[in-house]
Write a protein that binds this ligand. Structure first.
Ligand code: FES
Length: 151
């Protein structure tokens, strides 16, 4: 049912944790199941230098979070904003259809974290940020509260 890659990333998730003084933090929830993912970014000269995540969610959510951090490390902000949940799923050699909604968390979390980064930079309006990041109005990140470790 699950590919070897999904099982690998679930049992041995990469880049789990927090980044102290992160340049951008994004938190999103999956409305289908209520699971939560938080993503931390360290950005230098427009490049994602470091990325970590915490996911309180199912195995598919943890695997997609993990593989997406590997795909995003070293990428530019522009490249990161183009990441789609389909690419994340393909990188895992697929997910069962019933678990596809879980893959959306990673794409949304990185967009939310980049929006937070732009807000901290302070040189763009909220309208511009919403447009560039493709997020819904009013979506913000949570800097407080508890999200359990992925493992
Ligand atoms: Fe909630 Fe997978 S069941 S993210």
């Amino acid at each position: 049912m699950y590919s070897d890659k999904v099982i690998d990333h679930y049992t041995n998730p990469r880049n789990v944790g927090e980044i102290e003084n992160a340049d951008g933090i994004g938190e999103v929830g999956n409305p289908v199941c209520g699971d939560i993912m938080r993503m931390y970014l360290k950005i230098k000269d427009g490049i994602i230098e470091d990325i970590k995540f915490k996911t309180f969610g199912c195995g598919a959510a943890i695997a997609t979070s993990s593989v997406s951090t590997e795909m995003l490390k070293g990428k530019t902000i522009e490249q990161a904003l183009k990441l789609t949940n389909k690419e994340v799923v393909d990188a895992l050699d697929g997910l069962p259809p019933v678990k596809l909604h879980c893959s959306v968390l990673a794409e949304e979390a990185v967009r939310s974290a980049i929006a937070d980064y732009y807000r901290k930079q302070g040189d763009k309006t909220e309208e511009e940020i919403i447009k560039i990041c493709g997020i819904k109005e009013g979506v913000s990140c949570a800097h407080e509260g508890e999200v359990n470790e992925a493992d």
